[in-house]
Design a protein around this ligand. Sequence first.
Ligand code: GLA
Length: 603
Amino acid sequence: MPTSALRFAIGDDDFLLDGEPFRILSGALHYFRVHPDQWADRIVKAREMGLNTIETYVAWNAHSPRPDAFETEGRLDLGRFLDTVAAHGMYAIVRPGPYICAEWDNGGLPAWLFERSGTGIRDSEPTYLAAVEDYYGHLAPILAPRQIDRGGPIILMQVENEYGAYGQDKEYLRKLTELNRRIGITVPLITVDQPIDEMLELGSLPELHKTGSFGSRVGERLDILRRYQPTGPLMCSEFWIGWFDSWGGHHHTTSADEAARNLEELLARGASVNIYMFHGGTNFGFTNGANDKGVYAPIVTGYDYDAPLDEAGNPTDKYWALRDVLAKYAGLDSAGGPDEAPGPRRAEPPAVGFDATVPLWQVLDVLGTPSVHEQPPTADELGHYRGFMLYRTEIAYRGAAILRFEEVRDRAQVFLDRGAVGVLARDHHDRVLALPAGDGASRVLEVLVEDQGRVDYGRRIGEPKGLIGPATLGGAPLAGWRVQPLELDDIEPVAAALREAATGLEGEAPELVVGPAFARAVFDLEETAADLFLDTSQWGKGVAWLNGFCLGRYWSRGPQRTLYVPGPLLREQGNELIVLELHAAADAQVRFTTSLSLGHTEV
Ligand code: GLA
């Protein structure tokens, strides 16, 4: 247990803890994806699985939504998280990026960074490096005193993340290494790369200990890693035991037996490991990332990852299979472990109707201030980095007309005089929409654009959102836009409008939710310790909030069918659910299920 100051070092063959060989048996758990009241539960379960270390990334953009902010409250209290790790007798590995990938919005890089043209991305360009330095300045008082040689749990820190898959600016890696040392990081520094020659070559420096990211073909991968890291301990610092899901895809699962066999092979070779993920958690709010390898593919809200603990923190078959392997290396009693029975469960509360709905158009004035522009600006140009933008202009045309945008990022709902006329989707490469025949009269064109999550891997990191480039109608540029970013960080103003609308209805529940609209439901619970799973399978596409907390996005496209509601968010009386439905609900009822429903798997 890390109570007194110890030295952690890299020896000729092993990691050394106060001079003694030490094997790292770690599991990934991102504090920012789990309710803070549940951190301890997950950490204890990691220890009971046979792990001795918890690894976390740091998501810079979560802490710094604006350049002048560095937030460390609640789910972002990294210091408290590391103290909880230590309090349960575990060590910690911290991977602060600055780029983290992680299926997280923009791979963790704040979108505001790229407002100034010419700002570097993951290289030694001065404006970028100055911002990184500022970020590390905020991390210093949290991380430096919590290193093992100062009595804390941190044994390793990582520099960048799979840099060999992206860049070749060794000066950048040198600057990051110096920066770590300058803020007082004394523990060994590692890099992680996929075991591919070029990546291992480009992604590190001689003074950084190289580790690998992979989930199969263990022997072959360790051999490749060994060629680039000829001495010292071998480590798979991202041992992929599952995978993430994207909207429109299937829910990924992998074999528990195979994961256990691969882990056995890794440990039998004497390697150290970080299981990615031990517990994935949830992309609450608008925090999910996306991939784009030719087709834009946003990540779903759940980050279950088919991990040993599921999205709700319950041990899965994989937990027990991996525990069996770890038991002999960790000296565990093979019959022990957490209760086989899943955590507290409740009978789901009865379905409730919505008690009010208000069209989005009616609450625009509480969602921010519009501004006027000749050409449609991007969301980023207005300093708005997540969620929705509303663009409005007036048009008049006769007969058929084609509306065209250079690009929509990422999904645009088009309205004429508030009537829906179509959707343009980035993942379909949609750019044009045929409008219903016009009669020459002036009509209000409104385009509601959703940023579905910034790309987290590859060259598209840092790209702006909203409407991109000129908009034209029948080839002529559309000018005179009124543009409003929708401020949804605080849902209370919308909640207040809904409460007022509910009073007007005097208990008569609306039977239809016609989007885009907000809807509200209220329910009581007999016990509040247990989690709930909001069943979104009858709704279209939107976002849900519970007691003011944004649970994330839902979408009939799937695969995900439920939104996870952590028990600590709930209360006995007057739980308030608010939904922004963009299209329509097939059933205007709020239902909960007793377990996660992450959707169909590949057959
Ligand atoms: C890479 C990255 C991680 C994560 C995984 C896939 O290894 O380093 O952040 O994106 O891929 O889950």
